[in-house]
Ligand binder design. Structure first.
Ligand code: IPT
Length: 975
């Protein structure tokens, strides 16, 4: 590595020149500020040295130069028509030769002229603040160079008072996409240069707050808060809600309500110095690692967390306050209690929202050097002391900026940097500056620079092994797990059971909160989300950037709905037949007085009674046994079930009263399963090329069902294929981690169906078939046995038996039948799991009930199209045309999985973006006996054995009937 003395500043390992020491960020103050966001003049150059600095001077007029345009600040120029975004996961998109950067170094010159408001106060100083610039900036004001800085997602300030004039101030900022700092910013996300957070001019009156530090511990033994505010210069602190007035530096000890993520009690306070008055909020809480357990206010924490990168599908890492608030509100509404700010400090206002609405935060430094893994970690900056000042600068900027947030309970050194002395130096500095918070860095148990044992994507078995270990230990967390890429993640419930079973396993953070798809439009104007490779990148990692619990536009994905259910803070179990329910309070702090418990009693999915049960104030960690009311009397017969819902008793800052927090369904009594499945019936009748069996017509040669009553049916046959999910495909760097490649290799997407015999006897039609891929002798011997009992209202019965031939060593994607119906039958009713999709290991959130939906709304629009939309535990379904005509399918012995879409699985598999899915004139229906689980192998463990669909002998059945309209909308069978 060469860092020669004449290295340009942007290829210099030092953090920069000319900036002020870092300090606490605060949103409000009585000192004046001028926000400099808006339209700026902008010129993009292909290299760093294409232009001299003359644009920074008074005499320069961009208006006459054709190279100049305008961009919106804050923003990324690549999202405003200048250059293009690029996505890589771990690989640097430039040669690895630290700290050098390529000649091709897109450089954006930004220029803005501003006047001071007429009433801008004189005296004191003025600070120019940048809250985020990627990746390196050099700054001039009125032709004077202020300095330069690196550290993209951290604030940088310059003292500028002496340079300001009342009118016509010229602020010029040269931003380089690549700098030495880029080697420290190899987070798995889009490379998005620009001034992407606010630029502000802050008046600093004489005697204003240079910096202040709030110490606000909570002593859970006696319920006292201990407050001490340090300020430079000193002043007074008032906390009206506590009747407190004290000098800075003095300590007050008073009874308080503590802050927790569940009960985010904040006290308004004001710090007043000779020159400034700063309103701020205090949350009293103490975090500590005691006996190997991470505790807040004396109680063990269980993180139900997510990793959150800042992202907006149109503005990239420029986030407005409304988007930030929406994130926090959505998290709260989905029972999430913790955020890791992967992998850099977020916009500071986000932490205000976490304080206010209640989330535990792991605040992570802007540091990742993951790309060095591709060169065996040679030259890794965190293990090269020349970089240590830059690393310490980053640690300081984070800690000083965010130190006053009660929500921030852990400092994280960064992500995926390997290990080295630079990390040790960061940890040492942070420990001395703020001993009140533990430090996090993902690594082995024995790693000295972390107070937590933190792993990513550990399997269930490994988590269990860590949970069982004896002896002294650090608290264990999964800083990343359950990779939420595409359909999934699977296996959440099983992780949660482990976190609940082992004290030291203190939860985890799903990877990740949102898909980073960028909004684009086809030539026809159809919107879609773009991912890596869509912008001509020569090195990219495709849709690995779309791995969130919410879609790019923040629509919750089924994964989020599942996560909400899995991590619900109240667990309702019981015995519906015996009329008892057990309410377990899984909160870490709160009792249950903020919830009420609603019940409904349903027969065949229709409520016949509902009410509310008094919910005792069960303390956190406790439970109570409640009696259900007597079942409502009803003349309806069928499958009876209690549905219990714990809902918010009143409005909160993040959801209205009535918002669902936790739920359960208890069969009452357990339904009798299984029917007479002999399939006996009348003899099929041959009529030329056709065979008829009651309402059904078959092709006599192939045995294919062609019509049921008035319903044309096509292509009914066994199917085992699904368009592989991202988790089926597995991690690109772990060949074979998902079964997708083996499925394709075997040819499950191109199975051949050979009919061996079409047999009729006195009571059924049996079609014998062998289903197998080319080039293999593996096969599925299948018999479709059709029967009809002979009564006018009797349905057509199908029993499918499957017998594998040969040694199948990979799981099947699915096992069931598919069929085609006319496009008009695009309305679906079903009694079974819903409303959203579910798979064997993502089915916790599936509610048994009566659901109705159009086929279109049953699709989950994963950014990269893939298998989606199955509904679990279906007892019956009706696919109809809106007037009532259509097909009804009832489950035989077992409930089935229902999927319906307007395209084939083959088209779904071929599609790369959502506009590739074009509806045809057919509704394609899957009635599945079984599905393979989803797992999380796109980055992590695959499907657990209990959710694996092994090829084996199988038998399943359905009944089919044609529907016609009836006066009351009730379906009747048309023979
Ligand atoms: C892990 C990274 O920390 C995270 O940034 C993201 O890339 C995630 O994987 C996958 O989306 S690192 C991985 C190689 C285990």
């Amino acid at each position: 590595m060469g860092n020669t003395p004449d290295s340009p500043y942007y290829a210099d390992v030092s953090p920069g020149r000319g900036t002020l020491p870092p300090r606490a960020w605060y949103a409000r103050s009585d000192a004046r500020r001028l926000i400099l966001d808006g339209s700026w003049h902008f010129r993009l150059s292909p290299t760093a040295e294409a232009h001299d600095a003359s644009f920074a001077g008074d005499g320069f007029d961009p208006g006459t130069d054709p190279g100049w345009h305008t961009v919106t600040v804050p923003g990324h120029w690549v999202l405003q028509g200048h250059g293009a975004p690029a996505y890589t996961n771990t690989r640097y998109p430039f040669p690895v030769d630290p700290p050098h950067v390529p000649d091709e170094n897109p450089t954006g010159d930004h220029r803005r002229v501003f006047d001071l408001p007429a009433d801008w106060p004189g005296g004191g100083g003025c600070v120019l603040r940048f809250d985020g610039v990627e990746s390196c900036a050099r700054v001039w004001l009125n032709g004077q160079e202020l300095g330069d800085f690196q550290g993209s997602r951290l604030p940088h300030e310059f003292e500028v008072g002496r340079l300001l004039r009342p009118r016509g101030n010229v602020l010029a900022v040269r931003v380089h996409q690549w700098s030495a700092g880029s080697y420290l910013e190899d987070q798995d996300m889009w490379w998005l240069p620009g001034i992407f957070r606010t630029v502000a001019l802050l008046h600093r009156p004489q005697g204003s707050v240079a910096d202040f530090t709030v110490h606000s511990a909570y002593d859970h033994r006696d319920g006292h808060g201990v407050l001490r505010v340090l300020s430079e210069p000193g002043g007074r602190v008032s906390v009206p809600g506590l009747g407190l007035e004290l000098e800075t530096g003095a300590t007050a000890r008073v009874p308080v309500e503590p802050w927790t993520a569940e009960t985010p009690r904040l006290y308004d306070a004001t710090l007043t110095t000779g020159g400034e008055s700063v309103p701020f909020r205090i949350g009293f809480r103490t975090v500590a690692v005691e006996d190997g357990v991470l505790r807040a206010n004396g109680r063990r924490l269980l993180f139900r967390g997510v990793n959150r990168h800042e992202f907006h599908p149109e503005t990239g890492r420029t986030l407005d306050e409304e988007t930030m608030r929406r994130d926090v509100v959505l998290m709260k509404q989905h029972n999430i209690n913790a955020v890791r700010t992967s992998h850099c400090p977020p916009h500071p206002a986000f932490l205000d929202l976490c304080d206010e609405l209640g989330l535990w935060v792991i605040d992570e430094c802007d540091l990742e050097t993951h790309g060095f893994t591709h060169v065996d970690w040679r030259g890794n900056p965190v293990d090269d002391e020349r970089w240590t000042p830059a690393l310490l600068d980053r640690a300081r900027r984070m800690v000083e900026r965010d130190k006053n947030h009660p929500s921030v309970v852990i400092w994280s050194l960064g992500n995926e940097c390997g290990s080295g002395s630079g990390l040790t130096a960061m940890a040492r500095w942070i420990r001395s500056r703020d001993p009140s918070r533990p430090i996090h860095y993902e690594n082995d148990y024995a790693y000295p620079d972390s107070d937590l044992h933190s792993r990513m994507y550990a399997s269930h078995a490994e988590v269990e092994e860590i949970g069982r270990r004896e002896g002294p230990a650090k608290p264990f967390i999964l800083c990343e797990y359950a990779h939420a890429m595409g359909n999934g993640p699977g296996g959440l419930s099983e992780y949660q059971r482990l976190f609940e079973a082992y004290e030291r396993c203190q939860g985890g953070f799903v990877w990740e909160w949102n898909d980073h798809g960028l909004l684009r439009h086809t030539e026809e104007g159809q919107p879609y989300f773009a991912y890596g490779g869509d912008f001509g990148e020569e090195v990219h990692d495709g849709n690995f950037v779309c791995d969130g619990l919410v879609f790019p536009d923040r629509t919750p994905s089924p994964g989020l709905v599942e996560y909400k259910k899995v991590i619900e803070p109240v667990r309702l179990t019981g015995d519906g037949a015996a009329g008892t329910v057990r309410v377990a309070n899984l909160h870490d702090f709160a009792d249950l007085t903020h919830l009420s418990l609603e019940w409904s009693y349903e027969v065949d999915g229709e409520a016949v009674g509902a009410g509310t049960l008094p919910l005792p104030a069960v303390p956190a960690g406790g439970s109570a046994e409640l009696a259900l009311p007597a079942p409502p009397s009803t003349d309806r017969h069928g499958e009876a079930m209690w549905t219990l819902r714990a809902v918010l008793a009143g409005d909160t800052s993040w959801a209205p009263g009535g918002h669902l927090v936790a739920w359960a369904q208890l069969p009452a009594p357990a339904p009798a399963r299984g029917r007479d499945e002999t399939g006996r019936g009348v003899a099929p009748h041959r009529d030329g090329q056709r065979l008829t069996l009651g309402p059904a017509v078959f092709d006599a040669a192939t045995g294919a069902l062609t019509r049921l009553g008035a319903v044309p049916v096509r292509g009914l046959r066994l199917d085992v294929w699904r368009a592989p999910t991202d988790n089926d495909e597995g991690a690109p760097w772990v060949p074979g981690s998902g079964p997708g490649a083996a499925w394709r290799e075997l040819g499950l997407h191109r199975m051949r169906h050979r009919v061996d015999a079409v047999e009729t006897d006195g009571e059924a039609l049996a079609v014998h078939s062998r289903i197998a891929p080319a080039a293999s002798d593996l096969a599925l011997r299948t018999v479709y046995r059709w029967s009809w009992a002979g009564g006018e209202r009797d349905p057509l019965r199908l029993i499918v038996t499957v017998e594998p031939e040969g040694e199948w060593d990979c799981p099947l994607p699915r096992l069931g039948v598919r069929l085609e119906l006319p496009a008009a039958y695009d309305q679906v009713r079903w009694f079974g799991g819903g409303p959203g999709e579910a798979y064997p290991d993502t089915r916790a959130a599936s509610v048994v009930g009566r659901w109705a939906s159009g086929v279109d709304a049953m699709q989950t629009p994963y950014v990269r199209p893939q298998e989606n939309g199955a509904r679990a535990d279906v007892r019956w379904t009706e696919l109809h045309d809106g007037t009532g005509a259509g097909l009804r399918v009832d489950a035989g012995e077992d409930h089935f999985w229902l999927t319906a879409r307007r395209w084939t699985d083959e088209a779904l598999d071929a599609a790369t973006h959502t506009p590739d899915l074009v509806p045809g004139d057919t509704v394609h229906v899957h009635l599945d006996h079984a599905q393979h689980g989803i797992g999380s192998a796109s980055c992590g463990p695959g499907v657990l054995p209990q959710h694996r669909l092994a090829a084996g002998p199988a038998r399943f059945s359905f009944t089919l009937s044609a529907l016609d309209t009836a006066g009351d909308g009730e379906a009747v069978i048309r023979p």
